[in-house]
Ligand binder design. Structure first.
Ligand code: AR6
Length: 174
C-alpha cells in the first residue's frame, strides 16, 4: 500500500477506481474527471451495466485513460453515521478489490471514496480504506500494489498515517 498525491486519471496502472453514483452514468468530482479523460465510449459501456448498488462495484475498460480498467464503486452518502455508512464504505473497498482480483489486476489506485460530494468524514474514511485493504491483502490475491491517490496534502497525510497504523502488519501470501 502506498499514497500518491495527484490526479487519478493520470496514473499508469492496471486499474483505477471511480467514486461513482448508482446510475454509473457520470457526475461531478472524480467521476466527472474520469469520464472526461476516458472519453464518450465509457458512458456507452456504463449504460449496459444497469447501475450499481451502494457498496458494490462493477468494472469497465479504461478507454483513453492510461489505466486499462476502471472499477466503479458507489460510496455511501454521509448521513450522520447511523445508517450503515461505515459498513457500506468498507464494502466499496472490499468489492472493488474482489472485482479487480477476478480480472487478475495486479495494481490499482483508489480515490478517497465518499469524502467529497458525499461528505463522509475524511479521517474515518481513510481508516476504513486502509484497514479494509490491509485485510484483503493478507489473503491470497493477484493484487500486488494498492495506491491511495489523494487530491490534497491533508488527504495524503491522513492515508499515510493510516498505513503506518495498519500497513506494517500486512503479509501478502504467495
Ligand atoms: N483524482 C483524485 N482524486 C480526486 C479527483 C481526481 N481527479 N477529483 C476529486 N478527487 P468526490 P464522492 C477527490 O466528490 O464523495 C459524483 O458526482 C476529492 O477531493 O469525487 O464519493 C458522483 O457521480 C475527494 O477527496 O466523490 C457521485 O454522485 C474524493 O476524490 C458523487 O460525486 C471523492 O470526492 C460521489 O461523491
Amino acid at each position: 500500500m502506498s499514497v500518491h498525491l495527484g490526479d487519478i486519471t493520470k496514473l499508469e496502472i492496471d486499474a483505477i477506481v471511480n467514486a461513482a453514483n448508482s446510475s454509473l452514468l457520470g457526475g461531478g468530482g472524480v467521476d466527472g474527471a474520469i469520464h472526461r479523460a476516458a472519453g464518450p465510449e465509457l458512458v456507452m459501456e456504463c449504460r449496459m451495466l444497469n447501475g450499481c448498488k451502494t457498496g458494490n462495484a462493477k468494472i469497465t475498460k479504461g478507454y483513453n485513460l492510461p489505466a486499462r480498467f476502471i472499477v466503479h464503486t458507489v460510496g455511501p452518502v454521509w448521513n450522520g453515521g447511523d445508517t450503515g455508512e461505515p459498513a457500506l464504505l468498507a464494502s466499496c473497498y472490499r468489492r472493488s478489490l474482489e472485482v479487480a482480483a477476478e480480472y487478475d489486476i495486479a495494481s490499482i489506485a483508489f480515490p478517497a471514496i465518499s469524502t467529497g460530494i458525499y461528505r463522509y468524514p475524511p479521517d474515518a474514511a481513510a481508516e476504513i480504506a486502509v484497514k479494509t485493504t490491509a485485510e484483503f491483502l493478507s489473503l491470497k490475491t493477484p493484487l500486488r500494489e494498492v495506491i491511495f491517490c489523494c487530491f490534497d496534502t491533508a488527504s495524503f497525510e491522513r492515508h499515510e498515517a493510516a498505513i503506518a497504523r495498519h500497513g506494517n502488519s500486512v503479509k501478502t501470501a504467495d
